[in-house]
Design a binder for this molecule. Structure first.
Ligand code: AMP
Length: 288
């Protein structure tokens, strides 16, 4: 496995792989890899990536003022070792991705409004810009994203379609701890007591899933069941909502396809999570 640091090196490695007839796959990340990221790597291999690139870049463009850009965990050595073990071909860990004078952004409308888009202004423009750049450098056949960042996945899917980028965008379900906490690089910020309080999200999602299983379809009643444990455990709640899984519009009426989305702050750490009702395994019923 190679660890590459410049876009030019990455481009020529991917060009050479394609020239050999290999299907190029890419898994974009910000590093501090955990079992959730590694599941995406395995998924990429299972879905036919023959030359697999994991990108590790803490992208300043997608961090807002006052967010955790400076303290975001950076663990390149351990990340590279984990990737090597899984048969990744290239870890791409650039120091810089934006040339001097950089002034071009890729921005979507519609899907960027609401939820994360409302609470992190500019965040998604940073995401879609860096993802477009990575797609342009690697020209991958497939790319794997996690449903942990559900809105991000839908945006990337839309971006590829709208801009004729010939990449198959694959989404992997959320990987959780045994007690239901969704794995996140930011979980390492949590003290023991914050971590216990953070389980309010798993409890809320599980309560909504249980009600859904009992036939509840009213979006506000489902949202309220999910919200109570989150409000009990967290310092502040950005949103707990039941939305259309395709458009991400907040649902007003009962519908047979629904997604619960949550964002909340505990001990200075912002966590996001979601559950696709009726599709996803409810998080750890033992957490209830
Ligand atoms: P990040 O490094 O946080 O930018 O995440 C890189 C990719 O890993 C994104 O597509 C995330 O959605 C995905 N990811 C992060 N945590 C998880 C998780 N617990 N389960 C599944 N995918 C995840």
């Amino acid at each position: 496995m190679k660890v590459l640091h410049t876009s030019a090196e990455l481009r020529s490695a991917c060009d050479a792989a394609r020239a050999r007839g290999a299907r190029v796959g890419v898994v974009p990340t910000m590093g501090a890899l955990h079992a959730g990221h590694l599941a995406l790597v395995r998924e990429a291999k299972a879905r036919g990536a023959e030359f697999l690139v994991v990108t590790i870049f803490v992208n300043p463009l997608q961090f807002g003022e006052g967010e955790d850009l400076d303290r975001y965990p950076r663990t390149l050595e351990a990340d590279a070792a984990a990737c090597a073990e899984l048969g990744v071909d290239v870890v791409f860990a650039p120091d810089e991705m934006y040339p001097p004078g950089f002034q071009t952004h890729v921005a979507l409308s519609g899907l960027t409004q609401g939820l994360e888009g409302d609470h992190r202004p500019g965040h998604f423009d940073g995401v879609t810009t860096i993802v477009t750049k990575l797609f342009n450098i690697c020209c991958p056949c497939l790319a794997v994203f996690g449903r942990k960042d559900y809105q991000q996945w839908r945006l990337v899917e839309r971006l590829a379609l709208d801009l004729d980028i010939p990449v198959e965008v694959i989404a992997h379900p959320i990987v959780r701890e045994a007690d239901g906490l969704a794995l996140s690089s930011r979980n390492r910020y949590l003290s023991e007591s914050d971590r216990a309080r953070a389980l309010g999200i798993a409890r809320g999602l599980a309560a909504a899933a249980r009600a859904w299983g009992d036939g509840e379809r009213h979006p506000e009643r489902l949202a309220s069941l999910a919200r109570q444990p989150v409000e009990a455990g967290f310092d502040s709640v950005d949103y707990v909502a039941v939305v259309d899984p395709i458009t991400l519009a907040v649902l007003a009426d009962a519908q047979d396809d629904a997604l619960v989305v949550v964002a909340a702050h505990v001990g200075g750490t912002r966590l996001i999570d979601n559950l696709w009702l009726g599709r996803d395994e409810p998080p750890a019923p033992s957490a209830i």
